[in-house]
Design a protein around this ligand. Sequence first.
Ligand code: HMH
Length: 227
Amino acid sequence: MEAGLEQVAEVEGTTATWLKKDPLMYTAATRHPMILSIRDGSIDLSSFRRWLGQDYLFVRAFVPFVSSVLLKACRESDDNSDMEVLLSGLAALNDEIAWFKKEASKWGVVLSSIAPQKVNEDYCRFLESLMGPDVEYTVAVTALWAIELVYQQSFAYCLEEGSRTPPELAETCRRWGNEGFGQYCRSLQKIADRRLLRATNEELKKAQAVFFRVLEHEVEFWNMSRG
Ligand code: HMH
């Protein structure tokens, strides 16, 4: 039984086994009513505005988190290509912050006057808890992958054939739903799986808990945005 499970993990990766473990939780995060409403065009634009302002604040807090993962990769990784993957992610966040500013002005959202909601603060505090030197690279990179995966899967769904995403939201969906971002997520997943294969049991447990905690935070973030 044990050997069998290990074999599965080796063929398809530890992260794939987690996705199968709780498909409902994964679906709750990636097929949230907020996303379904973008995809079917019924979205309330005040929800979109709320999401835009709150996500801008989240991304600002996400930058130091991604930097901390990059730092861990430079110090702890057994593969020097990890650094390049993480650096590309960090560089993309530079564009992303500029994009948020442009998008906010388009929608009449004044970013300087937005206060973080509690759900957002809780999520940012969770990111901070993963930034310390006590958190292993394996655990931190798993969290990063999960955070990016939810947006990639959610927004790509809004671009699929048959979706009726309003044209004014298409650019937002393409930001996370584009093929390049999908490739970035697969690179992160590969890193996570490679590390998890060699992780101690304790690390594995921590990484799995962090993965499911990310899904919960993401669901709450959508709930908050929807209002
Ligand atoms: C809440 N999760 C949230 N915001 C984001 N921008 C991402 C994930 C992806 O970067």
